[in-house]
Design a protein around this ligand. Structure first.
Ligand SMILES: C[S@@+](CC[C@H](N)C(=O)[O-])C[C@H]1O[C@@H](n2cnc3c(N)ncnc32)[C@H](O)[C@@H]1O
Length: 163
């Protein structure tokens, strides 16, 4: 498979998973948290899928497409290792949906660089919340869910916050 094919399949899987996650939480209370603004594509998709919803985006270096810049109160700038604990102190376990799309850019390093992240995700998620991630999150409170049809195992990851 060419890298172009692989890239397209990854984005198709991401869209399928985000649509499924948005459908699942549409009628539930709770915040939506996006970890990693990047170009703003998935943020833009989530706000289109969940209009009117409070979506907080966490990013250390926000330079998205200008059309996808979150408004000031919903953009939390800084290293998530620092900003997420502060957000947790302010909001508690308030999220109905968390999308983890943060990376060092080197997949092998992510597991080490973000070893603290699964526990932080579990702390921010309401019981029953949906968590979707580009890489596997290992935490006792995060129960793996089957992926929506058409998404191959290992291409994306989905969890339910236990409790
Ligand atoms: C793969 S990109 C996100 C792509 C985005 N979801 C999109 O669809 O355009 C990952 C982002 O995570 C950010 N990031 C990486 N480590 C971070 C950290 N420790 N704290 C905050 N942001 C971080 C990077 O700056 C980058 O913008």
């Amino acid at each position: 498979m060419s890298r172009l094919d692989s890239f397209i399949r990854r984005l198709e899987a991401q869209r399928t998973v985000l649509n499924w996650a948005a459908d699942t939480v549409r009628d539930r209370d709770g915040l939506v948290l996006e970890f990693g603004l990047g170009n703003g594509r998935t943020y833009d998709h989530l706000r289109e899928q969940l209009p009117g919803r409070d979506i907080f985006v966490f990013e250390r270096d926000p330079h998205p497409n200008p059309l996808s810049m979150p408004s000031a109160p919903f953009l939390v700038v800084g290293d998530m290792a620092q900003t997420l604990p502060v957000f947790e102190r302010e909001h508690g376990a308030a999220a109905a949906l968390i999308h983890v799309d943060v990376t060092t850019g080197v997949p092998e390093r992510d597991r080490i660089a973000f070893a603290w992240l699964p526990a932080q995700v579990a702390a921010l998620a309401r019981p029953g919340a949906i968590v979707v991630s580009g890489w596997a999150l290992e935490h006792d409170a995060l129960e793996a869910l089957p992926l929506p049809a058409g998404v191959p195992d290992g291409r994306y990851f989905a969890y339910r916050r236990a409790g």
